[in-house]
Design a protein. Structure first.
Length: 288
């Protein structure tokens, strides 16, 4: 795996961002993005406990996908106050995933605004993500292939990205938006996953107040080095091919996969995982 550091800037003008990152679809970290957000000084795990402590939050861990799991169905639930206490007390695999601020805690919207990056941001889906030390997501890309602006708060988060051009080396699972779940992208076993040695991607570690721009359809793996949380703002894919791909994922692929899970059960999941290995290894000349 060949990972280069994502380019970093202290700040950037809209014109420079559009010219050098949005149009060529290059990832970027902005270190001192401010935009006069109260969130930068207010938002912490303790603050979230204060304003949302009585909310029941959905929790996800790193267990393999099972055929009985619904799409984005949580593995557990807990009061936010209890979850924050857990994060601070000990490492945990439990993460909060796609938690909509507008729906759950509307008051948080007063702490941030929608910045002008030269692309229209969707204003109905500001999402929060929380995790404990060493918890991580599977390598995946977002189903809508959106342009994503990922704002980090408290602690540090390791991020590894790949463009869609690297699909042939990533052990992508068919009819899904994830790679094979057994891969540890923070410390991959190249003997077991030999094609990964050919993959070219990016890496960075986010700190409080930094924002990561992830271009359309970029694969991303996130691992919390310390307890913390992030907020994502997004914009629709502008590339017609990516927009069509997103529509296929949302309206066809997702429903087809759900149907096949019902019809074939866990065998469907296992067959997809096996195909991910066979097809990817074939791309580097390894025959099963």
């Amino acid at each position: 795996m060949k990972l280069v550091e994502i380019n970093r800037v202290k700040s950037i003008s809209k014109e420079d961002f559009v010219k050098n990152y949005l149009k060529p679809q290059r990832p970027l970290v902005i270190e001192e993005f401010d935009c006069n957000w109260a969130a930068h000084s207010k938002w912490s795990l303790e603050y979230m406990k204060k304003v949302a402590g009585n909310k029941i939050v959905p929790l996800y861990d790193d267990r393999p996908v099972h055929h009985e799991d619904g799409f984005n169905e949580p593995h557990a639930e807990m009061l936010m106050s209890e979850y924050v206490d857990l994060l601070k007390r000990e490492p945990t695999k439990y993460r909060i995933f796609l938690w909509n601020i507008l729906k759950e805690v509307p008051a948080l919207q007063k702490d941030f605004s929608y910045p002008d990056f030269g692309i229209r941001l969707l204003k109905g889906v500001p999402m929060l993500f929380f995790g404990g030390k060493d918890s991580h997501t599977f390598m995946h890309y977002d189903i809508d292939l959106a342009n994503i602006f990922h704002f980090h708060f408290e602690g540090q988060k390791e991020c590894i990205l790949f463009p869609q051009s690297e699909n042939k080396y990533l052990y992508k699972v068919p009819h899904a938006i994830i790679t094979h779940e057994s891969i540890d992208f923070s410390n991959p076993d190249f003997k077991k996953w030999p094609a990964l040695e050919n993959a070219n991607g990016y890496k960075t570690t986010l700190k409080h107040g930094e924002v990561l721009y992830m271009p359309e359809g970029f694969w991303h793996y996130m691992k919390y080095k310390t307890p913390g949380f992030s907020m994502s703002l997004r914009a629709l894919a502008r590339n017609p091919k990516n927009f069509a791909h997103a529509a296929y994922n949302i309206f066809i692929m997702r429903h087809f996969d759900v149907l096949m899970r019902k019809l074939r059960g866990q065998q469907w999941i296992e067959e997809k995982n096996k195909k991910a290995i066979v097809r990817t290894n074939a791309n580097i000349g390894i025959k099963e």
